[in-house]
Design a protein around this ligand. Structure first.
Ligand code: S3P
Length: 166
């Protein structure tokens, strides 16, 4: 079985995914990191030099290839569902888990670094809120949604495992 973590930027997909994979003895793939590795380029440079549309195509191409993996936890980028058809690809890969967090927590986590090109604006909080409301419905088709507010990392991992009956 594969587990695909989806959710807005800064909801902990990478950190939780890595811990979940370790607990289950699964492999771990982070789509952002994999794209950076394959393109030999940071996401922020990809956005700047080739544009968001190019990045979105790379995400879809990677998802298609990931349909062949087994016993893998996959953490996806927060905008992966913006591309029509990607949720269908995710559903073919495995069970989807939506990690949900509140805007305040997301803002606090995202502001720790400058890795995310879409929020390098004059008013990042406003940008996050706008994107959040635009995208929140996209995550609704996940098999399981976990409200991560005020939950510790280990508790989130345990909850995912319990929800999946693993
Ligand atoms: C993006 C989220 C990022 C990364 C890229 C675009 C988005 O991933 O894929 O900066 O559009 O929401 P995280 O969700 O890991 O921050």
């Amino acid at each position: 079985m594969n587990i695909v973590l989806i959710g807005f930027m800064g909801t902990g997909k990478t950190t939780i995914g890595r811990k979940l994979a370790a607990r289950l003895g699964y492999r771990f793939v982070d789509t952002d990191h994999y794209i950076e590795y394959e393109q030999n380029c940071r996401i922020s440079d990809l956005f700047e030099n080739q544009g968001e549309a190019c990045f979105r195509k790379l995400e879809t191409s990677l998802l298609k290839r990931l349909s062949a993996v087994e016993n893998t936890v996959i953490a996806t980028g927060g905008g992966i569902l913006v591309t029509p058809g990607n949720m269908d690809l995710i559903q073919k890969i495995g069970r989807s888990i939506h990690l949900m967090a509140c805007v305040d927590d997301i803002y606090e986590r995202i502001m720790r670094n400058k890795k995310r090109p879409l929020v390098q604006t004059d008013n990042p909080l406003q940008t996050i809120m706008q994107l959040y409301h635009k995208r929140i419905d996209l995550y609704a088709d996940a098999d399981v949604t976990i409200d991560t507010r005020s939950m510790k990392m280990w508790a989130i991992v345990s909850k995912i495992i319990a929800e999946l009956g693993e």
